[in-house]
Design a protein around this ligand. Structure first.
Ligand SMILES: NC(=O)c1ccc[n+]([C@@H]2O[C@H](COP(=O)([O-])OP(=O)(O)OC[C@H]3O[C@@H](n4cnc5c(N)ncnc54)[C@H](OP(=O)(O)O)[C@@H]3O)[C@@H](O)[C@H]2O)c1
Length: 306
């Protein structure tokens, strides 16, 4: 099969090659990959990936060969999947625990944008318990994870206070269900029940400062790439700011994601959950896209595999 493999001698750190088909374990389905949408985590992991390995976490495709132990979807079914490596290839083997069947007629390009960001948003929000009637801060609301969190939280009855640095994105974030949209946290005056932050750095510090007693910030992402410096007093509790916590999140440590991915695929296919505009390209253009920021578009990029 053809695949992208890590190759530090090439410009992008990737080479397009003919490689052996992937082995298949007892609990793995062999999947024909139709589309994948690289995540920031995929790109960050390239630097430390084993030379000659196939990167890529998630995507959409069809089952070529069912798992030998009989678990998971049958041959020919359309699926989305999560896995720690091997996705940027024509075929990959994936544990059936992280595969979900997609609805008949679902667009593989759209489906491939679901697994990591949307499932992360759903799982992280679940950890906060009921959001009904509560103020939830989403920091980085125009990101893939943030946009999913805004929609899921609004549908759960939260009053979503969204932060998106780009004013041009504010109308879109409002349409996704945010009750308030701010460019910075300086204009958020009332405390929030909880926060989900994908930006990190000073944003995490500011989100923590807005928590009501008992509130939690989920530090899900660190897109800004900045350190966090908390001022003296940030962790001194008083009558208005006791029992506040910061919690980390890692999708890779979450079990049983298949049913949630299946639910999300159905919601996206039915138009009840919005992914947003996609920039669709041939997967042969992946190396150029990874190696050169200037060819990237603001929309989520999906690569179609032939
Ligand atoms: N912990 C986990 O298991 C897990 C799972 C999924 C994702 N993540 C992490 O979550 C983060 C978001 O992922 P994603 O897929 O949603 O990424 P994404 O769609 O690429 O979005 C990144 C967002 O960060 C914003 N941003 C970047 N630098 C910023 C800065 N200096 N100040 C303010 N905003 C800034 C961008 O704002 P603009 O829209 O204005 O450009 C964009 O909205 C990443 O760090 C990713 O690695 C973690």
């Amino acid at each position: 099969m053809r695949a992208w493999i890590t190759d530090q001698s090439s410009h992008a750190g990737l080479s397009f090659r003919e490689v052996p088909d992937p082995p298949q374990r007892e609990d793995e389905a062999l999947i024909q990959v139709q589309a994948f949408a690289p995540n920031p985590g995929d790109l960050a992991a390239l630097a430390t990936a084993e030379p000659g390995s196939v990167p890529g976490w998630d995507g959409a495709g069809t089952v070529l060969r069912r798992a030998p132990n009989g678990s998971g979807p049958e041959e020919g079914q359309s699926v989305i999947f999560l896995g720690s490596q091997g996705g940027w290839a024509q075929m990959r083997s994936v544990p059936t625990a992280t595969i979900a069947v997609t609805p008949n007629g679902a667009d593989p390009a759209l489906m491939s944008a679901i697994p990591v960001p949307v499932t992360s948003a759903l799982r992280a929000l679940r950890g906060l318990g009921s959001l009904l009637g509560r103020r939830l801060l989403v920091v980085g609301a125009n990101s893939a994870v943030g946009a999913a969190a805004v929609q899921l939280a609004a549908r759960s009855g939260a009053h979503v206070v969204a932060i998106a640095r780009d004013q041009a994105a504010h109308e879109r974030v409002r349409q996704l269900g945010a009750a308030e949209v701010h460019a910075t946290m300086d204009t958020v005056s009332l405390p929030v029940f909880a926060a989900l932050d994908v930006v990190g750095g000073p944003h995490l510090v500011a989100a923590y400062s807005l928590l009501a007693p008992g509130g939690t910030v989920i530090a899900l992402g660190h897109a800004a790439g900045h350190d966090e410096h908390f001022p003296f007093g940030a962790f001194v509790a008083g009558p208005t700011n006791f029992d506040r916590t910061i919690s980390t999140f890692f999708l890779g440590s979450q079990n049983g994601l298949g049913s949630e991915m299946e639910y999300l695929a159905a919601e996206v296919h039915a138009g009840r959950h919005t992914i947003g505009g996609l920039d669709q390209r041939s997967w042969t253009a992946l190396g150029l896209w990874v190696g050169d920021d200037s060819v990237r578009s603001p929309n989520r990029t999906v690569f179609l595999v032939d």
